[in-house]
Design a protein around this ligand. Structure first.
Ligand SMILES: [Zn+2]
Length: 191
């Protein structure tokens, strides 16, 4: 449970821990990694607020599913450890998932901050707007889409822009291609 070696006796031959000591060490490690994972999720949310991708809702759904799968996996590893079952493989998968929100957040920041290409102005009309409540509230202006095959765009905006625009307003949405080809919203203005 602690070092990953096969247990042959009452104490581990590699790290020297007894079963209760190894269980304690594992649970402490799980807790620390979970804290790193949760901080990463918050950092990711800040990244989406700073350099919001145009397809932010799809990305948030993906991250949400990943978030609960990862936390579920941590709980499963802990339960199995309490019952002294094999945890090594699941533990490794869990440890592999912990940095994912940090990496995705860094990707989104790089995608926007290092994108020095031109911004494209898209003219659109605000159809409606909504707020997603939560620990970090998220706001969208729903506008007519400029893309073929799309009816609407749910443009992520900050609080000021959210308060400034109302249904019926004509706006210009500035979109960057993104360093990693993830289109992102660089700003919004009155047309
Ligand atoms: Zn050991």
């Amino acid at each position: 449970m602690n070092c990953g070696a096969e247990l042959t006796g009452a104490t581990c031959e590699v790290c020297g821990l007894t079963i209760p000591a190894a269980e304690f060490a594992l649970r402490k490690k799980l807790l620390n990694r979970t804290a790193i994972f949760l901080l990463g999720a918050i950092a990711f949310m800040f990244a989406t607020g700073r350099f919001p991708p145009l397809e932010i809702d799809g990305i948030l759904i993906f991250i949400g599913v990943l978030f609960f799968l990862t936390l579920g996996l941590a709980m499963l590893v802990e339960r199995r450890a309490i019952r002294h079952k094999e945890v090594e493989a699941l533990k490794r998968i869990y440890y592999g998932l912990v940095p994912v929100p940090w990496l995705l957040g860094a990707l989104l920041i790089a995608n926007g901050a290092l994108d020095h290409g031109p911004r494209v102005d898209w003219h659109a009309r605000v159809v409606s707007r909504f707020t997603i409540v939560g620990p970090l509230p998220s706001r969208r202006l729903v506008v007519d889409s400029w893309r073929i095959g799309h009816h609407f765009e749910r443009v992520p905006v900050n609080r000021d822009d959210y308060d400034r625009f109302h249904p019926g307003d004509l706006v210009v949405v500035k979109v960057g291609d993104g360093l990693l080809s993830i289109p992102w919203v660089a700003g919004i203005d009155r047309d």
